[in-house]
Unconditional design. Sequence first.
Length: 85
Amino acid sequence: LRRASAKNITAVIPYYGYSRQDRLTKNSDGTTETAEPIAASDVARMLEAMGVDRVMCMDLHNDSLRGFFAPTTPVEHLLPGPVAA
């Protein structure tokens, strides 16, 4: 993506397809189970490897998906409610 001499690259993702693939894991206390996305981290690493500077996603399944990106890559989580109403 950088070969075109782009200053910034923003990935606009209307549907983050792998965000709903959750795996149930137990917390450190062993009692409560939480859902952890598996393939979403792979997609985040792939986008960063391609040189994406900013990510804009629409209606993420889980807001914790922002944590899969590096702190230098801002992730905008856009909600359709205010626009569609």
